[in-house]
Structures are given as C-alpha cells and as structure tokens.
Design a protein around this ligand. Structure first.
Ligand code: 0XW
Ligand code: MG
Length: 376
C-alpha cells in the first residue's frame, strides 16, 4: 500500500447504452435505450472501483441520464484528492457543491462503497451490516400490455421460479388495467405475490375505483398517484396496502409516511435517495418499524444491480420486498461471470471479490466521456 491516507486520484465517467430487448412499458413511457452512467474511481494505490446509475426513461424519474452526467461534471472534480475512506466528508463536499442531484451523487457514493470494501477486503454487504442471505429474493415486472399477454407472462415467470410479480398499470383507460389485474390474478399461484405499480399514473378517483373494483384480490398498490398529498387523501379510501415508490425521496418524508400510517411499504431506489449511504439509514428505519421495502433502481447493469442486491441481502425476507435487476430486459453483463442474475427466483451475491463482488475488465466501457485527475 502507498501513502497512509489514500486519495481519489482519478475519476472517469462512462456512458453505456443498455437497450431494452423486451417490452418494458410503464404508465408514462416505454423503455427504449437508456444510457447508463458509470463512475470509475482510481485511488492513490491504484485500486479501481465502480458506481452506476441509469434512469429508465426521461419521464419516469426526476433526473435524466444527461442531467446526471452534467451534475457529475461539477461533483467529480470536487472529490478528487479526497480520502475515499471518509465517505461522510465526501457526501458533505458533494452537498456543498450541488443541492439535490441525488442520482449523480449516488453514482459516486456507490463507487466509494466499492472502493472502501476493496481497501478493507470486505464485501459491501459486510460493510452494510452483514448479509442475512446469499440468495436475495427478487420480483419481476410485467409491463403494460393486454390482459392476455400479461397473464401469459405472469404464468411463464412463475414457471421460471419467480414468485413476486409487479404488474405495471396506468396511462390507459382503467378498465384495461382492471382487466389485466384480474387476468393476472387468475394465474397467480399459491405462494406468489402481486403488486400493481402505476408509477404515478392514476388520478385519485381512478385509484379508488380500481381498488374497489378489485376488492377481492390481494395486491400491493404501488405509487398509484403522483404526489404525497394525493396518496394521503386516497389512503383511507382504498382497500389495498399502499406501497410508496417515487414519493419516498428521503428519510424525513419516509418516516412521516410511516408514522402517519400512509405507507404500508416502500419501493426504494438507491439513486433517488443519493446512494447506499442514505439507503442504509432508510433500511435501518424500515427494519426498526417493520416496514417492508425493496432495494432496487430504475434501470442499469451489474454495478447498480450488485449494489441493490448487497443491501437486499442484509434484510430479513419478511421485510424484503426484493432486489430488482434490469438484466432480464437488456441481457447485458459487465462481469459475465459474477454479474448478478436471477436464478430460480433469487439473486446470488456476486462472488468476484471484495466491494461489490464484480470483476470488470479494463476497457469494458470503452472511452470515458469525462476524466478528472489529481494534479497535486
Ligand atoms: C421496477 N422498477 C424498480 C424498475 C422500473 O424502472 C420501475 C421501478 C418501479 O418499481 O417503479
Ligand atoms: Mg415502483
């Protein structure tokens, strides 16, 4: 090892297209070819670490892949020369440079967790408190399609060992959503679970109408409306557990939603809250209040997938709504051997070594879009 106090000596930012190979329709938009942002950190001992964030579509999240890379052009230089082991200080620096921009900050945060793990010889799961399992439960999305196709896909997925399904809805007449929910319910096996996720797609009255029309069907209702205020108003009038995703932006909002008994669970995206550091706080709160949460993100490859699986592995199954991978929809691996994948309905923790457990060959991402170096 070199000097006692390591420093971040180089940051490279890559743009990696991850085109959807299968249908992936949400209420606001269909996924086409999101361009993932990869952050590569190189420290003063030559250790290389990675972070990643990737928005699925410009409409489905508050950031875009272009705005993320623009924010990184300000954030990355601010952490050059910083001690990667002092992550709180790095976060403070980033917050002093830019307000908000959680998604861009998350890419650097995740890379720091990977680097700290590599420097200490520990997995990110160990750094997060230790994994309770090596086989993390997952859920699979059935995009917006006809009731017949949705039911066929739900049947196929369960035959492949997937027991947790998320059916997308919204962006069309609710009669079609209701028909799809009922068609999928017909093929749901004992032991399988269903969530219906509109990604903010219904009005309050639509959400209430669908819940009443499907009152005899068990499913979690995920982010049926766009705002916290709408969710708060419909909560006493719906008959299904309310899962908060896009409105769960920070620990203050999340805790208020739990204590005001609006939230029955969360769909948590690491990038939305700023990385694994805030996600760990949210996880601890959800464990303490016995509030189920997922550990996932909008889109992306092995790096963000491994981050979600690492955090998901530290949660007990009864509170883990699942880690989610975009891999089944784009089929890309950055690490063909260790990259996280779904097998028999679970995702195994990558075993490629410390940090996120990935082995990423030099040149995997082509030429960097941005390079920042320590000139001191
Ligand atoms: C299923 N996800 C985690 C991935 C898609 O981007 C949407 C998201 C969700 O649950 O909203
Ligand atoms: Mg969701």
């Amino acid at each position: 090892m070199g000097r006692m106090t390591p420093t971040i000596d180089e940051i490279r930012i890559y743009k990696v297209p991850l085109p959807a190979k299968t249908l992936y329709n949400m209420s606001s938009s269909a996924v086409v070819t999101p361009e993932s942002t990869i952050v590569e950190l190189i420290d003063s001992d030559g250790i290389i670490a990675y972070g990643e964030v990737c928005m699925a579509t410009p409409q489905a999240q508050d950031a875009t892949n272009e705005s993320i890379r623009s924010a990184l052009s300000l954030l990355a230089p601010s952490v050059i020369g910083a001690n990667p082991m002092n992550l709180d200080s790095i976060i403070t620096t980033m917050n002093s440079v830019l307000k908000g921009e959680n998604e861009a900050k998350a890419a650097i945060d995740i890379a720091c967790w990977d680097l700290i793990g590599k420097r200490l010889g520990k997995s990110v799961a160990e750094l997060l408190g230790g994994n309770m399992t090596n086989e993390v439960i997952t859920y699979h999305v059935v995009g917006i399609t006809s009731p017949e196709s949705a039911a066929a896909e739900a049947g196929r997925l369960q035959s492949d060992g997937i027991s947790r399904l998320q059916l997308k809805a919204g962006g069309r007449p609710i009669e079609e959503d209701i028909a799809s929910i009922k068609a999928v319910t017909e093929v749901i096996k004992i032991g399988s679970t269903l969530d219906v996720d509109t990604n903010r797609g219904w009005t309050e009255s639509e959400a209430i109408r669908v819940s009443v029309a499907c009152s005899d069907i068990n499913f979690g209702l995920e982010q049926p409306c766009a705002t916290k205020e709408e969710l708060s108003r419909i909560k006493p009038r719906i008959l299904h557990p309310l899962i908060i995703d896009e409105s769960a932006t920070d620990i203050t909002t999340i805790s208020k939603m739990v204590f005001s008994e609006i939230a029955d669970g969360f769909g948590m995206k690491i990038s939305r809250v700023g990385g694994l550091t805030p996600m760990k706080v949210i996880r601890d709160f959800c464990l303490e209040t016995r509030t189920p949460m997922s550990s996932d993100d909008a889109w992306g490859g092995d790096i963000i997938g491994a981050a979600g699986v690492a955090l998901g592995s530290t949660m007990p199954n009864h509170l883990n709504r699942g880690a989610w991978l975009a891999h089944p929809y784009h089929q890309v691996h950055y690490d063909p051997i260790n990259g996280p994948r779904i097998e028999n309905g679970v995702i195994r923790l990558p075993k490629g070594g410390p940090g996120l457990g990935l082995v990423i060959e030099k040149g995997t991402f082509g030429d960097p879009e941005q390079i920042y170096e320590n000139n001191n």
